[in-house]
Design a protein around this ligand. Sequence first.
Ligand code: G1P
Length: 289
Amino acid sequence: MTIKPLRKAVFPVAGLGTRFLPATKAMPKEMLTVVDKPLIQYAVEEALEAGIEQIIFVTGRGKAALEDHFDVSYELEATMRARGKSLDLIHGIRQRPGSPVYVRQQEPLGLGHAVWCAREIVGDEPFAVLLPDELMVGSPNFLAQMVEAYNQVGGNVIGALEVPDEETDKYGIISPGRTEGPLVEVTALVEKPARGTAPSNLMIPGRYILQPEVMRVLEAGEKGAGGEIQLTDAMARLIGTQPFHGFTFAGQRYDCGDKAGYIQANLALALARDDIGPQVRSFAQALLA
Ligand code: G1P
């Protein structure tokens, strides 16, 4: 088996973010900040650090702020230069000319549909998918750890994290087979199983390395849980035809698609900062005393 190198990453960012209204009425949810950086930037940095060369955003109406964020801001640069301020904070995220690539998902038909919208840019190569509302903190980062595993086993490698029983109905869930270190064989997948029916506690935390064949499965547009075209269902069809592994991340996950998770991420990352950490810590201690 030849293992094709992973070069491309797809970021589905067309979602409406209804769970964060009113904050997300006129602003993409991916631009919500954790301390001083938008969620999308954490995910893009994770991908670039993991060796990804091409960033593909699957976007939609009302998401222009995302495009501007990864573009040059002449006014900002000129003003900062005139004030003698460092441009490091805004230069780091500029991409090479021609990247990122933006494709549109015209209708909100589900995660599987969003990923399928990137099929022409992905072509016949393996690709990563990162869901930016899942914020992962670790060193090496989550995708980098997955890439290392992928380079050994090939095929499809998806994140796998344990959640409490009462949360399994919110996620894609893995039926685990043989385990070897951080890798677990995937024998089946189910999207948002009804309470009490989950095959395990291993959820899929929004990090995927997939083979392009999944696009052919998505082509059929079959609907699953919630009446949406589910990536989980399409991936499930590949089991048995290609190697399929879950990968357990040694690091911390914050579910920033959830209000409590988002606040936790802000608190944890603020406390870890040298500049504001001490101040936030003493405030939090006083607040809880
Ligand atoms: C999506 C996926 C699900 C995955 C989850 C991770 O669900 O469909 O399999 O576990 O992201 O956050 P959503 O959160 O879009 O409902």
